[in-house]
Design a protein around this ligand. Structure first.
Ligand SMILES: [Zn+2]
Ligand SMILES: [Zn+2]
Length: 256
């Protein structure tokens, strides 16, 4: 599998990166994971968006899905689409009510909303705690600890595994997903200090501890907001996890 970082800024876009978004590729199949603010621009640097085979959304906070409305415009109104978007609706795997919420975000008024359910160019699938085949991948989704319906994913292909935490505080589901993974792409939104909210995000230390408990081969840290000290987050993670770890940056690619 090839992982490309389309955006890695946490909570909001930052000066050096869009918000969360990743491209996972194998056997000429392209799957996007999350599509936060600014990631559609970056996606176009790597591929024709009409060639996406699937889009998987961890949850519906804007920093993980805000560019969905832009993708809707792209698929509906591009004058020369490389594939007919109505004949090849994009499979979208997302939490409950995503179709309705995206339609409301897209339509400016009740009149347009009444004629817009987005099913003309998208094929919505509601995520559940399950393993589904998406193109050549097996994708296992588990609910994680975040204030809304949110999922972490384990993407498997050819005996290799990539685990993405989405947004989550420490929880058993993350440990189970990450067990023995080749690559753990873990959010770390802040440094480890007393008084941080629980069931929301990981600190650098907690991301490192997760990687250590799960025995992963490589830890990639992402979702660091522009107001957080990136190097402090990485230092914490490295204290807790002695394996290979690094902060991802926009445009990075990793072979899993
Ligand atoms: Zn987030
Ligand atoms: Zn979130």
């Amino acid at each position: 599998m090839l992982l490309t970082v389309l955006g890695c800024s946490g909570s909001v876009p930052g000066p050096n990166s869009p918000a969360s978004g990743y491209l996972v590729e194998a056997d000429d199949f392209l799957m996007a994971m999350d599509l936060g603010n600014g990631t559609l621009a970056e996606l176009q640097c790597y591929c024709d968006p009409f060639l996406l085979g699937a889009l998987v959304l961890s949850h519906l906070h804007p920093d993980h899905c805000a560019d969905f409305t832009a993708l809707t415009v792209f698929r509906r109104y591009h004058p020369k689409p490389s594939k007919d978007p109505k004949a090849q609706r994009l499979p979208v795997y997302a939490p409950t009510d995503a179709a309705d919420r995206f339609a409301r975000a897209y339509a400016p008024d009740a009149t347009e909303l009444a004629t817009t359910d987005l099913s003309d160019v998208f094929d919505f699938h509601v995520l559940a705690e399950d393993t589904v085949a998406i193109g050549p991948f097996k994708v296992t989704a588990r609910k994680v600890d975040h204030p809304c319906e949110a999922y972490g994913f384990r993407v498997s292909h050819g005996g290799r595994s990539l685990v993405y935490t989405g947004d989550s505080g420490p929880c058993d589901a993350l440990d189970e997903l990450a067990e023995g993974a080749d690559v753990l792409l873990a959010e770390a939104s802040w440094t480890h200090e007393p008084g941080r909210p629980t069931k929301l995000h990981l600190s650098g230390r907690q991301a490192g501890e997760l990687a250590g408990r799960a025995g992963v081969r490589r830890l990639l840290i992402t979702h660091v907001p522009p107001w957080t000290d990136r190097e402090a987050v990485l230092a914490e993670a490295r204290q807790a996890y002695r394996g290979d770890s690094r902060l991802v940056e926009l445009g990075d690619t990793y072979t899993v």
